[in-house]
Design a protein around this ligand. Structure first.
Ligand code: NAD
Length: 276
């Protein structure tokens, strides 16, 4: 059993905290005594969620904008004290064939999912290095260790987050700082709405990702895959010859899960939110 006692009093910043995995993680950490700040580009929703659940700091943060990110971190440190943990969670996942993806959407995916994570990590490093402590947790995805038709740019962004986070772990070894990646399977949030999960893969609840993050804070590791079963399947796939892994993936439905099998009506509101 994990002893979560060390989480009490930690100052934790979560990007993309208005809903989904970010909000579930903030809620779980706050319940364990952390002092949580939620930032999100969706100001109305983050204010609603923040007030409803009694968070100490919540407000607008655009992870693609240096000034916005810096201002948010400054406000958190003024109000709560030095940041112990930054969770780079904000991310978007428009689906569809690459040939149909407008350039502007390609750039937006990379801007939020990759640049936002790099920027957040850099700003956190500048604060944490002189203190000799701190933990940056980047929410990647099992899509960062696989290739899924309909998600080419998203896949690329999550592969990038994993490579980036592993590199920081080595670059800052011995400084007292920790860098971790979290690799969730398909999780029940708006991001996955209308997507039929591939066979064998039970979608995770956002609370399961939150629980994994809480454990990571107590006991830092380079990566955690959630669910454990989905993570194990992904790792086994990685050991198989490519043609076998691809054929198995198709048999399990991953070839069409994010293309022809998507329920367009159920997904419409999400695609609208992240594309417009
Ligand atoms: P979500 O859509 O429910 O929440 C994401 C939040 O990020 C939203 O509130 C959105 O407003 C915010 N956001 C978007 N752009 C932003 C920006 N520029 N600055 C600040 N905030 C911004 O999605 P989620 O499922 O909770 O996803 C959270 C993270 O988990 C993402 O990085 C996602 O890629 C990852 N993930 C999700 C799943 C899944 O199936 N849901 C699986 C693996 C990984």
């Amino acid at each position: 059993m994990t002893d979560f006692g060390s989480i009490a009093g930690k100052v934790v910043v979560i990007t993309g905290g208005a809903r989904g995995i970010g909000l579930a993680t903030g809620t779980a950490l706050q319940a364990l005594g952390a002092r949580v700040a939620l930032g999100d580009i969706d100001e109305a929703t983050v204010k609603e969620s923040g007030a409803a659940r009694g968070f100490e700091v919540y407000g607008r943060l655009d992870v693609t904008d240096h000034q916005s990110f810096e201002d948010f971190l400054n406000e958190v440190e003024q109000r709560l004290g030095p940041i112990d943990v930054l969770i780079n969670n904000a991310g978007i996942m428009p689906t569809g064939r690459l040939v149909d993806e407008p350039d502007q959407i390609t750039r937006r995916i990379l801007d939020i999912n990759v640049y936002g994570v790099i920027l957040g990590s850099k700003l956190a490093l500048a604060r944490m290095l002189p203190r000799g402590k701190g933990h940056v947790i980047n929410i990647a995805s099992l899509a960062g260790e696989s290739h899924i038709p309909g998600l080419a740019t998203y896949n690329a962004s999550k592969h990038a987050v994993l490579g980036f986070t592993d590199t920081l772990r080595e670059e800052y070894r011995g400084t007292g700082l920790h860098f971790s990646s979290v690799l969730p399977t398909l999780t029940k949030t708006e991001l996955g709405s209308g997507v039929t999960p591939p066979k064998l893969l039970r979608p995770a609840e956002p609370e399961e990702i939150a629980d994994a993050v809480a454990k990571l804070i107590v006991e830092p590791k380079s990566k955690v895959r959630v669910t454990a079963v989905a993570g194990a399947i992904a790792q086994v796939f990685g050991l198989l010859p490519e043609s076998v892994a691809d054929a198995l993936g198709r048999a399990l439905g991953s070839g069409t899960a994010f293309l022809d099998d998507v329920d367009g009506d159920a997904r419409k509101a999400y695609e609208h939110r992240v594309r417009d």
